[in-house]
Design a protein around this ligand. Sequence first.
Ligand code: GLU
Length: 263
Amino acid sequence: MTYRGRFAPSPTGPLHLGSLVAAAGSYLDARGHGGQWLVRIEDVDQPRCVPGAADAILRTLERFGFEWDGPVLVQSHRFAAYEDALDRLRKSGAAFPCGCTRHDVCNCRDGLKGSAPRSWRIRAGEHPVEFMDRRLGRFSECLLETSGDFILLRADRCWAYQLAVVVDDEFQGVTHIVRGEDLLDSTARQIHLQRALGYSTPSYLHLPLVKNGLGQKLSKQTYAGALNVADPVPELEAALRFLGLDPPAGLSVADLWRCVGAK
Ligand code: GLU
């Protein structure tokens, strides 16, 4: 079987235990299938990116023993590809310009009616998008009722995550996506875009989220602590345990990966 997985962090801050679980989950699944595993830096939301964070993330992944295949793809180098994709969606009539501000309810799908274009959106389909998550089972979502017509190019000229992720997964030949459950509600939008662009749809597996003592998902907003690169073993052990593995204590990073079959 051809298997190509990926870890696609946004450089908005340091990696935390939740990111490590997502990285380790996709890495183990890829290596367990004899597949390739890629790393992509998702820095399209430039106002949220932190200078130096992308390098820090790559150094952290190295310290935690991850070995990726091929060069790291950086989304800020890929704007021409996103422009081409938007162009195709414009020409097919799937994408339309929108003149609404963030607070308006968008009703530009039938024309701008005099307002100036600010952003570009894709028409949500009337039919439900159905997909199968390898852990959570079957989903069906009618985008008209959930996201509505969603953004592809924002008014501040930033490319939307949904477009960039779909264009790059196709470009990199990604066949299997393993990521945190916080992204489950993006999946139907991504499949809708894949279909509109004539791409194939990868298989999806959404992992449970690591929560803090207050039951909140670990994130920058909940002040999740940065991974400790000076002492990676305890956090790698914790991430592997969270994923249901039970490595013996006292191993090095390389031996931990060997012991769980990733090397
Ligand atoms: N860049 C996204 C994030 O850091 C992940 C994208 C994905 O795995 O599809 O939340």
